[in-house]
Design a protein around this ligand. Structure first.
Ligand code: FE
Length: 195
């Protein structure tokens, strides 16, 4: 699929196409592909009965690994570095702030949880501990206080847990197409000014 004009009507198919073509790529250090990782996060969120906006946030939280697909970023941006900002930036024209905050702060949420919940660190995978160090380690007290100002803190932390859960090598998930109507509803609600 060549790059279409992105708008309310085309964004969901475009995202689905990225899952299809790029989703098989390795998630460095984890036993799942990038698509499996995001689909597993969405799977656990849906199973837990979360609102659609949380399921969609879990589904798209790592889309920043593929921002070169959106044509607005240089090749250098396809590296893992700051994929959370890149992902939020490409989604922000189509999705509510709740979704882009969950995407933008999913790495910060790991640093936050390491600071406020000592038991959380033990749950992290080896690769996630490694990247934690590159990302600045646990938050300082001042960083924690600032992070807690975000009105979407609860949802951001939730999506972080679904992110951590989505690293299993023994789980069959639904394809992107299962979530596409839900993603479209979240986009449509955003364009309708409801969220
Ligand atoms: Fe992730």
């Amino acid at each position: 699929m060549s790059k279409p004009e992105l708008n309310q009507q085309t964004i969901v198919a475009f995202l689905g196409d990225i899952f299809e073509r790029r989703g098989g790529e390795e998630y460095l250090g984890e036993p799942v592909t990038m698509a499996e990782h995001m689909l597993q996060g969405a799977h656990f969120a849906e199973k837990a009965g979360e609102p659609e906006v949380i399921v969609v946030s879990a589904l798209l939280h790592d889309i920043g690994h593929f921002t070169s697909e959106f044509g607005t970023f240089s090749m250098a941006d396809t590296e893992d570095r700051f994929h959370e900002d890149a992902g939020a930036d490409v989604l922000q024209d189509y999705f509510p702030t709740l979704v882009t905050d969950c995407v933008r702060y999913h790495v910060a949420a790991k640093r936050y949880l390491c600071a406020v919940k000592p038991a959380y660190f033990k749950r992290l995978s080896e690769a996630s501990v490694h990247s934690l160090n590159l990302q600045g380690g646990a938050m300082s007290e001042a960083e924690v206080a600032e992070f807690e100002q975000n009105p979407n803190l609860k949802e951001i932390v939730k999506v972080r847990y679904y992110d951590d859960a989505g690293k299993r090598d023994d789980l069959e998930t639904q394809p992107f197409s299962h979530y596409a109507p839900m993603v479209q509803r979240v986009v449509d609600a955003h364009f309708a000014g409801q969220v």
